[in-house]
Design a protein around this ligand. Structure first.
Ligand code: BEZ
Ligand code: FE
Length: 313
């Protein structure tokens, strides 16, 4: 009995107590277990959210319009739906859930970080020691990045590891955003030899804003947040028998290192660019080693059979 003499609703709210279960129970017998699990949870959380906040029709419609606008803006050069998820921290959270490894803390593979919307497949294949930079003469700090790819357990070099790398120009734009850059500029794929070593020339990256002229920008504005990412370089490291690593490294001295608009910075991915003397091709060097886990080691936290079933949603 509540203090005002009425009987408290067992569901703790004043709305139809059976509605959410009715919607969930409409799922048919042919839905796969994973689809059933995901949609039931989603419906329950969405309904709870709407009830707890007493969401109005106008507010719900504004959300629908935001999603529609994101859809209209998206194409093979721009993924506004992903950007929306990024500013809400969802890509970073899903990355953590997917790749958190059940491993001892004394030796760990390289941490992952979000892919982001600007990766392109088929980046140019390069030889060790090549540069990924064309143009930008007199702009940006040339950097020699080098290191070794190892097996995190044995410490042995990983031969045949492919480092797929990409970053923005000194103007803060990826080449597909920038008509002034050559196609595939500031991207490259490098394959390690028997010694697992790699080295290439790039630019010291700069902080840049994620695109904020669409729904993601509207959310940022409404939340009184900035759109800036700290300076970073993206990588996908893959090698036969090893779990690919999608990651980014972040310049310790960059503005926004403590305040990334998409929440992707992890301590172990923060690096130091060092002034380089005696190399006419670069003013900085960046030593960094990547540690890979085999598929066996990289047992991820997942519900059995999820990947294929969710992919077919
Ligand atoms: C990026 O780092 O490329 C990125 C990540 C999330 C949103 C936008 C850009
Ligand atoms: Fe980026």
């Amino acid at each position: 009995m509540a203090s005002n003499g009425t009987v408290a609703d067992p569901k703790g709210h004043k709305f139809d107590p059976n509605f959410t279960d009715a919607v969930i129970n409409a799922t048919g017998p042919k839905a796969t277990p994973r689809v059933r699990q995901l949609t039931s949870g989603l419906i329950r959380h969405l309904h709870d959210f709407a009830r707890e906040n007493e969401l109005t029709v106008d507010e719900w419609m504004a959300g629908v319009e935001l999603m529609n606008e994101a859809g209209r803006m998206s194409d093979d050069r721009r993924n506004e739906g992903q950007l929306l998820c990024d500013v809400l921290g969802l890509e970073s959270l899903v990355d953590e859930i997917t790749y958190k490894l059940a491993l001892s803390a004394d030796s760990e593979p390289t941490a992952t970080a979000i892919l982001g919307p600007f990766w392109r497949k088929d980046a140019p294949q390069k030889s060790m020691g090549d540069t990924i930079v064309t143009g930008f003469e007199g702009a940006g700090d040339r950097t020699y990045m080098h290191g070794i790819v190892t097996d995190f357990r044995t410490g042995k070099p990983v031969p045949g590891a492919v480092l797929d790398v990409w970053h923005t120009g000194p103007n803060g734009l990826y080449e597909q955003q920038d008509p002034g850059q050559d196609d595939m500029n500031l991207r490259g794929r490098f394959t390690t030899g028997e010694d697992g070593k790699y080295g290439f020339y790039c630019l010291r990256p700069v902080p840049y804003p994620i695109p904020f002229d669409g729904p993601a920008g509207k959310i940022l504005k409404a939340l009184d947040r900035h759109p800036m990412r700290p300076a970073h370089i993206h990588f996908i490291i893959s090698a036969p028998g090893y779990k690919p690593i999608v990651t980014q490294i972040f310049d310790r001295n960059s503005k926004y290192i403590e305040d990334d608009a998409v929440f992707a910075v992890k301590d172990s991915l923060v690096v130091d660019f060092k002034p380089l003397k005696g190399n006419e091709k670069a003013e900085f060097e960046l030593p960094y080693d990547f540690r890979m886990a085999t598929f066996e080691d990289a047992k991820v936290h997942s519900v059995k059979g999820t990947t294929e079933e969710s992919a077919s949603l």
